[in-house]
Design a binder for this molecule. Structure first.
Ligand code: ADP
Length: 357
């Protein structure tokens, strides 16, 4: 009989961590896929645990192949770096508060287009796609802004190589940061540490409104907004309060992420936000040692889904350690000239050609 996701997760709770909990309770299991008798997932751990988690990764593979209905298990270890603890305190600004009433969606002054980068679930690489696209568009001569609105897991400042907080000398206007040709602002960096978790509806709406209206974005061809995963308050507020050119959905090829992606697409459809296409991330794994290609999470799922829904398929990005290392270093891979950079460049060009960036 085929193994189920619940059986796999139950088994993985046995992989305990030295500092408490197990890999499931600590939410480290990402992109779990079952294909016939093959089980795959990404073990996403905080960077400080990095190599020390290799035994847990190997143990997970051994444990999975002992389950009935599983003959092959493949677990990839990836580490993410959390926000620098040493970041200076946020600027002295009345931030959040209730949103100002407005009649309908408004434009952001000086900003020609707004592209929202969305995903159904976390960990599919949405932020990585957003920063690389921003850089790729800037390299093609566009004036680009990037707003990290993922307040629960702000990661763009690290990916963009920025470790300052934006300043607000007069307590009203917020001066954005700039790197790799991109004007940058992060909602998470405006909050005091650990405050994000208590932010809900109205406060989030106010904060987003403020960031769009009070940041000195300057003249931009396109502002890319990295949304939190799922379909929460930030997404709804954006769709209702701001004229958004459209949303791009990032998904891994495997089914679970796609199911969630469908929910995200539905939300945009319901709020009359055009969905401008899908990007498949972690599409094919290219072994850094031998160059061998392996479709770890299946292949073509996002393209098939895009075709079914009549959406443009904007491209597929491989699962490549080069992408993660570059992001962790703060130099998105799209600033370089390798084959992965050219994939982002092609996606960026497609958006420009279609008039969306
Ligand atoms: P999300 O914004 O969807 O939560 P992130 O962009 O933060 O996801 O990515 C999660 C982790 O996966 C990060 O460590 C990132 O470096 C890594 N990652 C994202 N895309 C890829 C890829 N194509 N290849 C390898 N690692 C990736």
């Amino acid at each position: 009989m085929a193994v189920t996701q619940d059986q796999i997760l139950a088994a993985l709770t046995k992989i305990e961590l030295a500092d408490g909990g197990n890999i499931v309770s600590r939410d480290m299991v990402r992109a779990l896929s079952i294909e016939g008798e093959t089980v795959r997932f990404v073990l996403e751990v905080p960077a400080e645990h990095g190599p020390a988690m290799e035994p847990a990764r190997a143990a997970a593979e051994r444990l999975l192949v002992r389950l009935p209905g599983v003959t092959k298990a493949s677990v990839i270890l990836t580490a993410h770096v959390s926000a620098p603890k040493s970041a200076p305190p946020p600027p002295n600004l009345q931030f959040g508060g209730h949103p100002k009433p407005q009649k309908g969606p408004e434009r952001v002054a000086g900003v020609d287009r707004i592209l929202a980068i969305a995903s159904g679930k976390g960990g599919v690489g949405k932020s990585t796609v957003a920063s690389n696209l921003a850089v790729a568009l800037a390299r093609q001569g566009r004036r680009v802004g990037l707003l990290d609105a993922d307040i629960y897991g702000p990661s763009q400042h690290r990916m963009m190589g920025l470790n300052k907080r934006p300043a607000s000398p007069d307590g009203k206007q917020i001066i954005p940061l700039k790197n790799h040709g991109v004007t940058f602002m992060s909602m998470g960096l405006m909050l005091k540490e650990d405050e994000a978790v208590i932010w809900r509806g109205p406060l989030l709406m106010g904060a987003l409104q403020q960031l769009l209206g009070q940041v000195a974005w300057g003249e931009l061809d396109v502002l890319i907004i990295d949304l939190p995963p799922g379909t929460g308050d930030v997404q709804l507020t954006l769709a209702q309060k701001t004229v958004v050119t459209g949303a791009i959905i990032v998904s891994t090829p495997q089914d679970i992420a796609l199911l969630d992606a469908r929910k995200a697409i539905n939300m945009f459809v319901k709020t009359n936000t055009p969905v401008l296409g899908m990007i498949e991330n972690m599409s094919v794994y290219i072994c850094p040692n031998c160059g061998n290609e392996d479709h770890l999470f299946g292949h073509g799922g996002a393209k098939a889904e895009a075709d079914k829904l009549g959406l443009t398929f904007r491209g597929e990005i491989p699962l490549s350690v080069e992408i993660r290392l570059a992001s962790d270093k703060g130099d998105p891979v799209a600033i370089g000239d390798g084959p992965v950079a050219s994939i982002y460049a092609d996606i960026a060009k497609g958006l420009i050609d279609d008039g969306f960036a």
